[in-house]
Design a protein around this ligand. Structure first.
Ligand code: GLN
Length: 447
């Protein structure tokens, strides 16, 4: 049924870079046999899933939506995907994304843009736009995305689906092609909170292959699926409701806050300082890490190599010039600049200090509140092409999501209405580190 839905919709939506039709059908038969023999059980057994194309899958093309990895077939599978496979998941294919997860619209993909299933003239958001569009278009039952600065929460908002970015260190990054390693986290995208909690419970694990993986004994996220927010303290940062926020989005967010209040939560506004510094700090740190992480794509070990060249250095230069797209090049240059001697202290070190202050501001907020509530994005999905010409404007759209990554916190987006154009609006709930259960419990109120 999922493959039929893909056949019917993919021409219009373009959620996938690769559909593994034969592999999925073969795997479905194997899983069915295991279920019939009583060897496999559980909520994900036999359920088809789509995987963002920055997670390595053994034997299955993994492009990061870049020309430079256009021929890259990994020899191993990322830990999060392995966890799904152990639970009996059937992988349908790999979803489209902004190239190397850099972007907010899924328009920087080398394989064409993905369109928003709600209105094909609009973007699905990004960078996990393919995963969110695939779930919204019902081409799969759920998907995995990754979130470095909002890439699960923002496209979930634009596509009217639910997505969780877990606490940093909860899901292994082993096999996730790195963008900003200190910020990247894998998480689920699905139709509702119940599905997301169920999937997160399965993909979260301690993994010695990821040195930032955390050992936790509280991964029973589904235990938080209770309809009870009585006495829960919820703070709304005043700065999240100010200038730049679309009035229809603001109304929907405040209505959602009222729903929680009516159910017995204590809701109040507060000042979360430093919000305006999150974007500059994030773009310095993310680009710095990206410039280092992407140094490995040199035309030698794997991926694209230019056809004609004159010596080794010329081969590196031509392979990278031809293989990377404009947004990726912009970030490699910016990252190399902020890390160069003479500028390191002024930019990179200062950004790290800002990151520490942002974490401190959240620590103070979570001393008072269980959950922070706000929008996931300042607007609903823009039209295709609108964001491409002005990268700075696109970066400013990340205002509500990126500080969560800088502080390593968990965040969830749940749908909370539509605007006058009929496009979905997403509510973001942010928790303290390791407190996914608080945001799952609050989000469950909208199920
Ligand atoms: N839009 C942000 C960026 O371009 C976030 C992307 C992400 O979370 N991968 O960096």
């Amino acid at each position: 049924a999922a493959l039929d839905a893909i056949d019917a919709k993919e021409d219009k939506v373009n959620s996938f870079v690769t559909v593994d039709r034969e592999g999925a059908l073969k795997r479905a038969e194997e899983v069915q046999k295991l279920i019939d023999d009583g060897k496999l059980d559980g909520p994900l057994a036999g359920v088809p899933v789509a995987i963002k194309d920055n997670m390595c899958t053994e034997g299955l093309l993994t492009t990061c939506s870049s020309k430079i990895l256009g021929n890259f077939v990994p020899t191993f599978t990322s830990e999060a995907v392995l966890n799904l496979e152990k639970a009996g998941a059937v992988i349908l294919g790999k979803t489209n994304m902004d190239e190397f997860a850099m972007g907010s619209t899924t328009e920087t993909s080398a394989y064409g843009e993905t369109k928003n299933p709600w209105n094909l003239e609009h973007v699905p958001g990004g960078s996990s736009g393919g995963s969110c569009a695939a779930v919204a278009a019902e081409e799969c039952f759920y998907a995995l995305g990754s979130d470095t600065g909002g890439s699960i929460r923002q496209p979930s908002s634009f596509c009217g689906v639910t997505g969780i970015k877990p606490t940093y260190g909860t899901v292994s990054r082993y096999g996730l092609i790195a963008y900003g390693s200190s910020l990247d986290q894998i998480g689920p995208v699905a139709k509702d909170v119940t599905d997301c909690a169920t999937i997160l419970e399965i993909i979260a694990s301690h993994d010695e292959k990821d040195s930032t993986s955390v050992k936790r004994d509280d991964l029973d996220f589904t235990s938080a699926l209770v309809d009870d927010v009585k006495g829960m303290k919820i703070g709304i940062p005043k700065d999240y409701l100010g200038e730049g926020l679309d009035s229809e989005v603001k109304d929907a967010i405040l209505n959602a806050a009222k729903v929680l209040e009516e159910k017995g939560a204590i809701v109040e506004e507060f000042d979360l300082s430093l919000v305006e510094y999150a974007i500059p700090a994030y773009y310095v740190i993310a680009c710095a890490e990206a410039s280092s992480n992407l140094a490995r794509f040199d035309g030698v070990k794997y991926g694209y190599r230019t056809e004609e060249y004159d010596g080794l250095h010329n081969m590196y230069k031509k392979s990278r010039s031809e293989g990377f797209g404009a947004e990726v090049k912009r970030r490699i240059m910016l990252g190399s600049f902020v890390l160069s001697s003479g500028y390191y202290d002024a930019y990179y070190l200062k950004a790290l200090r800002t990151k520490a202050l942002i974490k401190k501001a959240f620590d103070e907020a979570f001393a008072k509140y269980d959950v922070i509530l706000g929008p996931a994005a300042p607007t609903t999905a823009p039209k295709l092409g609108e964001s491409l010409s002005d990268p700075l404007k696109m970066y400013l759209g990340d205002i509500y999501t990126i500080s969560v990554n800088l502080a390593g916190l968990p965040g969830i987006t749940v749908p909370c209405g539509t605007d006058s154009k009929g496009l979905p609006i997403g509510l973001q709930l942010i928790g303290d580190c390791f407190k996914e259960k608080n945001i799952i419990r609050a989000a469950y109120s909208f199920e």
